[in-house]
Ligand binder design. Structure first.
Ligand SMILES: *Cc1c(COP(=O)(O)O)cnc(C)c1O
Length: 370
C-alpha cells in the first residue's frame, strides 16, 4: 500500500466546480492583485473575520504567513535593539522574522506533551529590551494563552500569535488568532486552510490596522499615497477566491482530522507516545506527531512499507546555523531537543481511510516490537 504524507488532489476533486468557477471569475474580472478595492480580497477578509468572530479587530490579507509576522512586528515598531521571545521549537519563520526586522530572537523551551512555549520559563527570559512574545500553536495544539497574556500584561509586551498550523483550533471557547494582541496565519497549500500558492493574513486591532495595511502595500491605502516605506506583500485575487470556497469546509475537514487522530491514538496507545489534547482546548492536527526513541529506524521501515512520514522539526531553532554564534548548549532547551530527536509526523489528511490508518498502525507496532 502506498500512503502519501498529505493529499491535496482529493480535496480539489471534491470542490472542483466551485474552485474552477472562482478562478475563472477572478480572471474574467482582472482582479489579480490584492488591494483594498479588490472585492475577492474584501470578501475573504470579511469571511475570515466572521469565521473568527472578531471584535474590534480585522483580517488583513498579505503574501504569506512569514510576511504576516514580519509586518505585525513592524506595525508595532519592533526593530533594532529590541528582543522578541519565541519558542525553541517551531518552523524557521517564527525566529527568522525577528531578525528580519533587526531585533533579536530570544528562545524559550517548550512544554512537554503540548508543544507550546513554556509559560513557566518566559519570565526568566524577559529583559528591559523585551518587546513581544510570539507563541506558536505548534502542530495545531493551542499554546497556554491565559498564562502568556498574564505575563505579557505584567511586563507590557505585545503578543503576536503564530497560527500558521492551527486554523480553527479553540482555546477556552475562543478561536486561536483572537487571543493575543495580533495574529498571523499562513495559507501555504499544505496548511489546514491552504491556498493554491503562497498566501497569508494578519489579525490586528482596528487601531493598528491601517499601519499594517500600508506596510503590506508600499505604504499606500490608495494609489500613490505613500506615507511610509512598506513592502509588496499582497494576496492574489485568485488565492482569495479559492480561500473563500475552502473556508466553508474548514470545520468539517478539521473534524475529519480529529477523527483520524482519534483512530491513530487508539491503535498506537502504549506503543509510541501519542499526542495529548489539553483540557479546554481543541487540537486541529495540522500534524499528527508521535514520539519514539526509535524514530529514525521507524521512519525508514515505514518508507519501505510505502508510508510517507515527516519530521517537524529535526533541529530545534537555537541550533540552526544562523544562531550558532550565540553558543547555545543542548541542555538549554531539553524539551525542544527531545522533540527534535524523537518526533515523527504520520500521514495526516481528512481523506485518510480507516484501512490506511490500520495498516500504518500495524507497521508501527511490528517495528517497535521488533
Ligand atoms: C508555515 C508556517 C509559517 C510561515 O508561513 P508561510 O506562509 O509559509 O510563510 C510560520 N510559522 C509556522 C509555525 C508555520 O508552520
Amino acid at each position: 500500500m502506498n500512503i502519501p504524507f498529505g493529499n491535496l488532489t482529493e480535496e480539489y476533486l471534491s470542490l472542483k466546480p466551485q474552485i474552477d468557477k472562482a478562478i475563472q471569475d477572478v480572471i474574467e474580472q482582472n482582479a489579480f492583485v490584492g488591494n483594498t478595492s479588490n472585492h475577492f480580497i474584501q470578501k475573504f477578509e470579511s469571511d475570515f473575520s466572521t469565521y473568527l468572530n472578531l471584535n474590534n479587530k480585522q483580517v488583513i490579507t498579505c503574501g504569506n504567513g512569514t510576511d504576516a509576522l514580519e509586518i505585525l512586528l513592524r506595525a508595532y515598531n519592533i526593530g533594532a535593539d529590541d528582543e522578541v521571545i519565541v519558542p525553541a521549537m517551531s518552523w524557521f519563520s517564527t525566529s527568522e522574522v525577528v531578525s528580519i526586522v533587526g531585533a533579536t530572537p530570544v528562545f524559550v523551551d517548550i512544554e512537554d506533551h503540548f508543544y507550546g512555549i513554556d509559560p513557566k520559563k518566559i519570565e526568566a527570559a524577559i529583559t528591559p529590551k523585551t518587546k513581544a512574545i510570539i507563541p506558536v500553536h505548534l502542530y495545531g495544539s493551542p499554546a497556554q494563552m491565559d498564562s502568556i497574556m498574564e505575563i505579557a500584561e505584567k511586563h507590557n509586551l505585545i503578543v503576536i500569535e503564530d497560527c500558521a498550523q492551527a486554523h480553527g483550533a479553540m482555546y477556552k471557547n475562543k478561536k486561536i488568532g483572537t487571543l493575543g494582541h495580533a495574529a498571523a496565519f499562513s495559507f501555504y497549500p499544505g496548511k489546514n486552510l491552504g491556498a493554491y500558492g503562497d498566501a497569508g493574513c494578519m489579525v490586528v486591532s482596528n487601531d493598528t490596522a491601517e499601519k499594517a495595511r500600508r506596510i503590506a502595500n508600499h505604504g499606500q491605502m490608495t494609489k500613490h499615497d505613500h506615507t511610509l516605506e512598506g513592502k509588496n506583500s499582497r494576496m492574489d485575487g485568485i488565492q482569495a477566491a479559492i480561500l473563500s470556497v475552502k473556508l466553508t469546509h474548514l470545520e468539517s475537514r478539521n473534524q475529519k482530522r480529529q477523527k483520524v487522530a482519534e483512530t491513530y491514538s487508539k491503535l498506537l496507545d502504549h506503543i509510541v507516545h501519542t499526542p495529548m489534547v489539553r483540557d479546554g482546548s481543541s487540537h486541529v492536527f495540522h500534524i499528527y506527531a508521535i514520539q519514539t526513541e526509535k524514530r529514525d529506524f521507524l521512519q525508514s521501515t515505514l518508507k519501505q512499507a510505502g508510508i510517507a512520514t515527516g519530521i517537524h522539526y529535526p533541529v530545534a531553532l537555537p541550533f540552526l546555523k544562523p544562531y550558532t554564534h550565540r553558543g547555545f548548549r543542548q541542555d538549554d532547551f531539553p524539551i525542544a531537543n527531545k522533540l527534535a530527536n524523537s518526533e515523527l509526523s504520520l500521514p495526516m489528511f481528512p481523506e485518510l481511510s480507516s484501512k490506511e490508518i490500520t495498516y500504518i498502525a500495524e507497521c508501527i507496532k511490528k517495528t517497535i516490537n521488533e
